[in-house]
Design a protein around this ligand. Structure first.
Ligand code: ARG
Length: 271
């Protein structure tokens, strides 16, 4: 996974309903929470790669939004808001230097990477409306060589798919019902045998913004009902406090980009 130590993380602008410039980030606490999260992820046997945060890119620590990695190809995001566009070049350079082929999605269509695009088994789910444009998904389908399951988002607080949906493997997923349209909910129900509805209060604590590593589910601390539902099904919740990041509208999953989540058949894999 790719992570970015939040050395320049701040709330400098407001591009989602969570962000308030007056609600300042506590710098050392943010660093401490991020470092603990990194250790927890590494303890699960995941290799963490790092990109250095650029001073003019305060949200760059949310690496999930960089794009998606398909074997040896990197498809960078076209950020919706100009505030985050400076990140694009930094991520592109990181991947190019490591030998990835860079494939862009046609402008002006905006989309925000793994924040809105999550693989689950044979399927890839894509959220759209707030940060990813419906039309951008046509281009992404070409790049992926397959159809996406499109889910329209319905609540501004859940502006990226990864804020309200987490596939757990084995036909299971966590989701926040209020974040989807009735059509989206029906679509999810058709694809999962066990859709776990996260209670509203915990959905707002980013319980769905979880990182799944086999039977371990790394998630924000303070979501006991969700943790219990996971335990009942044989998962092991791994809690990690991310309050400083919730100030910007992100939690565990937003802080990591998968480098090997999509394994297209016949692809040689990462360089
Ligand atoms: N402040 C960032 C933004 O609004 C937070 C990004 C959260 N990332 C995510 N994958 N949900 O763009």
């Amino acid at each position: 996974m790719l992570m970015c130590e939040p050395v320049h993380y701040r709330i400098d602008y407001e591009i989602n309903p969570w962000m308030r410039r007056s609600n300042r980030v506590h710098g050392t606490r943010a660093l401490d929470q991020w470092r603990r999260l990194r250790v927890r992820i590494e303890e699960l046997g995941v290799a963490v790669e790092l990109i250095r945060q650029a001073p003019g890119a305060p949200d760059m620590t949310f690496t999930a939004n960089a794009g998606v990695v398909l074997g040896g190809r990197f498809i960078p995001s076209n950020f919706r808001f100009p505030e985050r566009r400076p990140e694009e070049d930094h991520f592109i350079r990181w991947f190019r230097r490591r030998g990835y082929r860079i494939e862009t999605i046609h402008l002006p269509h905006y989309w925000e990477g793994e924040g809105d695009v999550l693989p689950a088994g044979e399927r890839v789910f894509a959220g759209h409306r707030y940060r990813t444009e419906f039309r951008a998904l046509d281009h992404l389908e070409e790049a992926l060589g397959g159809e996406l399951v499109r889910l329209e988002l319905a609540s501004e607080r859940f502006y990226h798919l990864d804020t309200c949906f987490a596939p757990l493997g084995g036909g299971r997923a966590l989701y926040a019902p209020a974040a989807f349209t009735s059509e989206g909910r029906a679509r999810l129900a058709a694809h999962f045998d066990d859709l776990i509805a996260v209670e509203p209060e915990e959905a707002l604590r980013f319980a769905c913004n979880a990182l799944v590593v086999d039977r371990h589910v790394v998630m924000n601390a303070g979501c006991p009902a969700t943790a219990g539902a996971l335990r009942e099904r044989g998962y092991e919740p791994v809690e990690s406090a991310t309050d400083e990041f919730i100030k910007a509208g992100g939690s565990v999953k937003c802080l990591a980009l998968m480098l090997d989540a999509f394994a297209p058949r016949g692809d040689a894999g990462a360089p």
